[in-house]
Design a protein around this ligand. Structure first.
Ligand SMILES: Nc1ncnc2c1ncn2[C@@H]1O[C@H](COP(=O)(O)OP(=O)(O)O)[C@@H](O)[C@H]1O
Ligand SMILES: [Mg+2]
Length: 249
């Protein structure tokens, strides 16, 4: 079943035509990795999904309901289906981990006695049981990422968006983040969109991979299909030769 349908999306910033008729379906419960070079518009896609950017033309539907251009109430309801793990993690430095994870639940007006078990379960699910009393500055980078993930999943999103989750972390932490993304899918049945330029990570976690190039998706398929793609732009990207062959002078 299609969860999100992106149809012929166009977006320019001045002369910079970032999205040029992008069409992509995301199926319920899958992990879809969107890959592409830096600066190709991966974050721009993500921002359209959560309503931070409006397209010049084209549509996005979620659960067969039109999101783009919809009324405030519909928009808010659809936006509340999403959880996002931003690149930097973005915890509140002055709040301890418990309060960070409780933040979204408190904002929803959920009573404290109902919040507690949810916070504890969320921390447990990311391997941070018992860390509630610590401050973000007490945690390593990898643990901060886990805490940020616990905060996102605590509000039980139907869809998780991960923006470059393994960029800038060491390989061991990267592997742990990959495992967590899969676990979140398995535990909560979350539809997951992972925006990344880390091919290793994409192969490890993706049910499907979609390659963004010059404003459109040029190929979509299971990791094996992408691995064996004959499209030269896909090959160039997965082989890491995006900057052309090295010249020996
Ligand atoms: N709010 C904005 N205003 C102007 N240009 C933007 C804005 N957001 C993104 N861009 C441009 O869109 C292009 C794609 O950016 P982005 O989606 O961040 O790339 P990435 O694939 O690395 O996530 C870049 O050229 C960037 O400069
Ligand atoms: Mg980005």
């Amino acid at each position: 079943m299609v969860k999100i349908s992106i149809n012929n999306l166009h977006k320019s910033f001045g002369e910079n035509r970032v999205l040029r008729g992008l069409t992509l379906d995301v199926y319920e419960g899958e992990i879809l990795c969107i890959i592409g070079k830096s600066g190709t518009g991966k974050s721009v896609i993500m921002k359209h999904l959560v309503g931070m950017i409006e397209p010049d033309s084209g549509t996005i539907t979620v659960d067969d309901e039109l999101f783009t251009g919809s009324e405030f109430e519909t928009r808010s309801r659809i936006i509340s289906k999403y959880g996002i793990l931003f690149q930097g993690g973005a915890l509140f430095d002055s709040m301890n981990i418990y309060d960070n994870v409780a933040f979204g639940l408190r904002r929803k007006g959920i009573p404290e006695d109902e919040i507690k078990p949810v916070v504890e379960q969320s921390l447990h699910n990311v391997g941070l049981a018992g860390a509630g009393g610590l401050l973000p500055s007490d945690l390593s980078g990898g643990m901060q990422k886990r805490a940020a993930l616990a905060r996102s999943i605590a509000v039980k999103p139907q869809i998780m968006i991960y923006d470059e989750p393994t960029t800038g972390v060491d390989p061991i932490t990267g592997g742990a983040v990959d495992r967590l993304i899969k676990e979140m899918k398995n535990i909560y049945g979350i539809t997951s969109i992972v925006v990344t330029h880390d091919m290793k990570s994409a192969y490890r976690i993706a049910d499907r991979i979609a390659m963004l190039y010059e404003g459109t998706i040029i190929e979509t398929g299971k990791p094996d299909k992408i691995k064996n793609s004959i499209n030269p732009f896909v090959r160039q990207f997965i082989e890491g030769t995006v900057h052309g062959p090295i010249k020996v002078i």
